[in-house]
Design a protein around this ligand. Sequence first.
Ligand SMILES: Cc1cc2nc3c(=O)[nH]c(=O)nc-3n(C[C@H](O)[C@H](O)[C@H](O)COP(=O)(O)O)c2cc1C
Length: 188
Amino acid sequence: MKKTLDGINLLYPTPTTIVGAKVEGRHNFITIAHIGIVNHAKPFLISLSMGKPHYTNAGIKENKAFSVNIPSEDMVVATDYVGLVSGKKKDKSDVFEIFYGQLESAPMISECPINMECTLYDVYDTPTHDLFIGEIVETYAEESVLVDGRVDLSRVKPLLFDMSSVQYWSIGQTVARCWNVGKKMKQK
Ligand SMILES: Cc1cc2nc3c(=O)[nH]c(=O)nc-3n(C[C@H](O)[C@H](O)[C@H](O)COP(=O)(O)O)c2cc1C
């Protein structure tokens, strides 16, 4: 027996990210979990759904650049903090150690094991949110999370976001290999 839930979005978990941008000439960081993969081939495009009142939005629109950083479980307090306070009221520029890649206005977070540097590809206007589409120009990974040149999620330890429980979750065990386990049914 199914119950209806008034058409709410239940597309969780999503990885919790910290988006970095320059706003009014200052570094600002915002926690964003409503993210998506838009084009999984060159140009690699990703999306961020960001409420219109946020301080960061104007900086992304002005500079046409931002970073998407993936924090590990041990960064949960700072990750939550930059999602609790606004740059409108509090300077968040010194919360993290910053590095830059190719883009002047996409500050990245050294403590995060994964960083993606993006130019603004497009903005889709929804009634309450700016849907920013970013083109990834470079991706950075801490050597310690790589195994044979590929990212090992068990080393990244991302914070999974769930709106139902309003909790950060950690990843569990692998279940089966993708594009592979289903072959068992093909053979029947
Ligand atoms: C775990 C978590 C996830 C969040 N995800 C989003 C999101 O996907 N979109 C959004 O607009 N705000 C999201 N927020 C809220 C913003 O991060 C928060 O309002 C932030 O303080 C805005 O910062 P700013 O005004 O400096 O830009 C999230 C907050 C938390 C704690």
